[in-house]
Write a protein that binds this ligand. Structure first.
Ligand code: SF4
Ligand code: SF4
Length: 208
């Protein structure tokens, strides 16, 4: 099982500062305790400041067909936005990011593991439920699951012809991240100081 937790307000403010955003809430998995009230209060503040082009609340945006159908109704609002802010688990953010290829897509939540049975759903994207979501720094591609070594500060240097040195049937996740950041004009994030990972977040949290 997993749980989604809102990222810190300062983090969300720095992502949205000076930008128009389209907001997506995914309430698909009620059992993951999506922080609905806190997210709604934060989104109201953004909307009151005139920074929101639209809000869509839906379920199972991790299902690409479902997501495409829902998003098609909001394309004018999405096109009017500089970025899309997604409140969901890491799988949902990755699915939206892959669909909206030329639009920056940001995660408003971190995804953590909970003890208990993990449902098995055949999904195109994977989230390692690491507790500190990096998708805002990696163009919406998860470095924990797309890189064999779960590196969060760039490529190991071992890739050959774009393929991972650990698994040569797999494209190097960091080459994918580089290409994606280039496509969305965000290569600047690679100039950020090294991200010091807080491994204390990478653990199961207790259910309240
Ligand atoms: S970085 Fe990857 S594993 Fe961690 S929360 Fe985000 S999508 Fe999940
Ligand atoms: S080659 Fe790429 S995907 Fe493989 S371990 Fe190195 S950085 Fe990660």
């Amino acid at each position: 099982m997993l749980i989604t937790q809102l990222k810190a307000r300062d983090t969300i403010a720095s992502l949205t500062e000076g930008k128009k955003v389209f907001i997506i809430n995914c309430h698909g998995c009620k059992e993951v305790y999506f922080p609905e009230k806190e997210a709604a209060a934060l989104q109201k503040e953004l909307a009151d400041a005139g920074n929101v082009t639209g809000i869509m609340t839906t379920d199972y945006i991790c299902n690409p067909e479902n997501m495409e159908l829902r998003l098609k109704k909001h394309m004018d609002e999405i096109n009017a936005a500089d970025a899309v802010l997604v409140f969901s688990c890491g799988v949902g953010v990755q699915a939206v990011s892959a669909y909206l290829e030329d639009k920056p897509v940001y995660a408003g939540c971190d995804t953590c593991r909970l003890p208990g049975f993990q449902g098995v759903t055949p999904l195109e994207y994977d989230c390692g439920q690491c507790g500190e979501c990096y998708l805002n720094l990696t163009g919406g591609i998860c470095p924990i699951t797309a890189c064999s070594k779960s590196l969060v500060n760039g490529q190991c240097g071992g890739a050959k012809n774009g393929m991972c040195e650990v698994d040569n049937n797999m494209e190097c996740g960091w080459e994918r991240i580089y290409r994606r950041l280039k496509e969305i004009g965000r290569l600047d994030v690679l100039k950020c100081p090294t991200q010091v990972r807080n491994y204390a977040t990478d653990k199961e949290v207790s259910q309240q």
